[in-house]
Design a protein around this ligand. Structure first.
Ligand SMILES: [Zn+2]
Length: 381
């Protein structure tokens, strides 16, 4: 029997079946009333690197969180990864949807980067903030969710039936919509009503994935991430969203797969081998929830293909499986997704903004096409 979160544990943890039915006060209450989350609450401030505009949040308690996603120090026979999620040792569930087997669900991150603090002095800063953190500090207030792709421990985008991947994407879109709809109520102190839903996936201990059970992270708050700022600036300067630019300018031979409404490609500026982007062809799309049925299905296929290809290629390269997926939504992006396998270390030149890529996009695209053309034994059905 595969390891998974069972239905009885789901019932015990269920606080809401559909995220659409939760009001802003209810949503905030579910976070504040969770003592486990409060114990790991972040510091509640944000600093901005004045050179790049990168935002820095602080949560010293996150360093104490458990990891089960590192290579075993002991031989496999004695290594027993007891998954906290499969045990039901996690936070209350706010959304659940049935899959062909098991279910997908959304709950609260026990180790949040953003938290809905009650103190607002002013804008959630501690009274004596300037003594400790300087006048540059901005308030950081928000909510941090996790979406578990499947209740089955070993299932994720790469090995689930496409129809199930579409359900997972629909629930992610529903969460994104609910948070943006409730934005002004959830973030009363935000200037100009600005609210951002940041969606990422970390898979593998080398790139921040602390749990092996497949999941996405969703952060909601008034802090604009640096890359969102970059996308917005791109559109202001170039007069078109980034996705429209790249669809036109990227060499056709770097395309990996065309799904109709979306295309998976290797960007001509590939920074590490096998970096991929999935771009919506309709560049007026800015959020997942704006996608129609065909577009959502195309995005789900792209996530499935890109992650399946990464999982095949990284062992061939002798690399430990590790990759990030980044959702670029909001102003200036169009809508696109980045798949970033950790195929190469980040060195000093890279920190200087000078990348030395150990591969080239033409060969990467051909290899990715070949890998995706192979039969996929690991897809459940
Ligand atoms: Zn698990």
């Amino acid at each position: 029997m595969s390891q998974r979160l069972h239905a009885d544990a789901l019932r015990r943890l269920l606080q809401s079946e559909h995220i659409e039915t939760l009001s802003a006060p209810d949503l905030i209450r579910t976070f504040r009333e969770d003592d486990g989350i409060a114990a790991f609450r972040p510091d509640g401030i944000c600093q901005i690197d004045p050179r790049t505009g990168d935002r820095v949040l602080f949560n010293t308690s996150r360093a104490r969180r458990p990891h089960d996603n590192r290579p075993p120090a002991t031989p496999p026979s004695t290594f027993s990864p007891a998954c906290a999620i499969c045990r039901g040792d996690t936070t209350g569930i706010l959304d659940v949807a049935a899959l062909s087997e098991g279910f997908t669900f959304i709950n609260k991150n026990l180790y949040p980067m953003l938290y809905p603090q009650e103190t607002v002095i002013p804008h959630y800063l501690p009274e004596n903030a300037s003594e400790h953190i300087g006048a540059q500090a901005k308030p950081a207030y928000g909510l941090h969710f996790l979406q578990w792709t499947s209740s089955f421990h070993d299932r994720d985008w790469h090995n689930m039936p496409l129809a199930d991947c579409v359900v997972v994407m629909q629930r992610l879109a529903a969460l994104e919509r609910r948070l943006l709809d409730l934005g002004p109520e959830l973030l009363p102190g935000a200037s100009g009503g600005a609210a951002y839903v940041s969606i990422i996936k970390n898979q593998g201990g080398l790139v921040g994935g602390s749990l092996a059970h497949g999941h996405q992270q969703i952060a909601f708050g008034s802090v604009m991430p640096g890359r969102v700022q970059d996308n917005r600036r791109f559109e202001q300067e170039q007069g078109e969203p980034f996705s429209a630019y790249l669809l036109r300018e990227n060499p056709a031979e770097f395309a990996v797969s065309d799904y109709g409404p979306a295309v998976l490609l290797v960007p001509y500026f590939m920074r590490r081998p096998y970096d991929m982007m999935l771009l919506l062809k309709a560049s007026n799309r800015r959020h997942l929830f704006e996608l129609d049925e065909d577009e959502l299905a195309a995005v789900a296929r792209g996530w499935r293909d890109a992650t399946a290809a990464i999982r095949r290629i990284m062992p061939q390269l002798g690399r430990e499986l590790a990759y990030n997926v980044i959702v670029h939504n909001g102003p200036g992006a169009g809508l696109y997704f980045e798949f970033l396998p950790y195929t190469q270390e980040t060195g000093g030149f890279e920190h200087l903004g000078l990348y030395v890529c150990q591969g080239n996009p033409a060969e990467a695209a051909i290899h990715l096409q070949q890998v995706l053309a192979q039969p996929r034994g690991e897809i459940t059905r």
